[in-house]
Write a new protein. Sequence first.
Lengths: 310, 298
Amino acid sequence: MAIPALTARRARLNRLDTKGSPYLYVLPFFLLFGAFGLFPLIYTGYVSFNDWDLLDAGAHEWVGLANYRELVQDPYFWNALGNTLSIWVLSTVPQLLVALWIAHLLNHKLRARTSLRMGVLLPNITSIVAVTIVFTQLFGRDFGMVNWLLGVVGLGPIDWQADTWSSHLAISIIVAWRWTGYNALIYLASMQAVPHDLYEAAELDGASSAQQFWKITVPMLRPTIIFTAVISTIGGLQIIAEPLLFAGSSTPTGGSDRQFQTAALFMYEQGFREFRFGYASAVAWTLCLVIALFAIVNYLITRRIANDEE
Amino acid sequence: MTVLADPPSTRAETPAEPRRARRRSFGYPRKASVWTYAALLAVVAGSVFPLYWSLVVSSQTSDAVAKVPPVLIPGGHLFDNIARVFDSTDFAQALLNSFIVSGSVTISVVFFSTLAGFAFAKLRFRGRKVLLVVAIGTSVVPQQLGIIPLYLLMADLGWTDRLAAVIVPGLVTAFGVFFMTQYLGRAVPDELLEAGRIDGCGTFGLFWHVVLPAARPAAAVLGLFTFMQAWNDFFWPLVVLQDNATVQVALSSLASGYTTDYTLTLTGTLLATLPILVIFMVLGRQIVGGIMQGAIKG
């Protein structure tokens, strides 16, 4: 008598275990993302409709769209957005092209294969802070090695922080230096998956190696190129640490004339220097929208370009 | 920082094709020419140079950094400069903080990601596919833009300047879940789980006795990545740990004085990078492999 009852209970428990436990196991991730990822982002929307002063013990007052109205008329915001786009284009486009080239180089029978791959990846594992500090020193006006090298070939020293174009170029180099090798390895992985018969057939048809690269490799890499372009967009439009540290001081204005202040840095300045949480949140949400828009446009464009190659 | 999805490219479209092709190919991939080696060595030199340069500067006296032409060989003052870094800021505390943060985040990410990966890869439940897609999708959310409410939240919890503010949000990541789902799907045969069930294991028993041991190689790679990411994390710690800095925050304040002492700063840079470099030297092969298999974003 007792045994069937016990078995029935065990079976019920068992069913509960198989049905319920998977949810329990994935729950920590969703809870954590909800609490510290999604909730803050949504709550940013609420904060952006308020006049919210951090110093005033979080006192806030509903102001509707006032922050957004101020934003569209704020020349500092537009300046920051322009700088962001400029640095993003300058860093992403050459970065992905060079990565493609490095991947092509790595896609040979090589001695010391692993060491070469590690060498290429090294920049990506060093921290943004370390990288930016070293490059800021190398780009130094008076004693930086970049200016010394320019001097050797007869070009005048450049005050890299001082101008819009030079600061954007320097920051883009810092960003690209850190990410090129990573993207090259992603491309390499895809290149290795291209069926070799395609190259053999092309070779028989007398295609040069350049033709093979553009007519076979690049089209076959299409999904990966789209992927890296979209990811670089999402990351590139949020750039903040490089311009903050490149200034060489802790003022988040991106240079004396805001010549290299990015939009995310502007958000940080408004939030944590001016203590205007409402306004900073409006910046954050607007930037989010811009990022989503650019990611989609970028997806469509890269898809189109890659399609044309075929 | 953020994590992401697999480049949708590699595996699915060309199953098992490369190996078969290689056998009867004309010799693909091609043999590298001298120019290929030369170009690659130049790329690697460019990758290594900034770190080498920080070693040069940090092993010279302070006036060396202003020499023209620049000094390019390391000198003998490294330990003097290291002592100076520890004297001028609380670098020891910052290092300790970073070890605590990165260590606890790493253990937790590996555990919870394996658990969730096990569920996604090996258990059947309603909504599994949708939840997995949502989990991977979260990695493209620009979380950096949520820092204002996140800061308000931490202030409410009384966690500002406490390491918990940096540790807790990082306890499990979308990338970890994705990575483990991929790995466990391949590495744990269903028959093994079936056998465990027949032996009377419950789901958690299976996880503990079968899945965790099988996950060890992937757990090591994931652990490394997580440690490096947590160690290098800068922006959120900068905002929330004003007076209890991690090593990256301490480094940034070394660099942002009115006049920057570059010898001091680059010595700090070298110190802060050293743990990561050691990991990379020892396990770089696995890290490269991990990136190429699954797309990992640092």
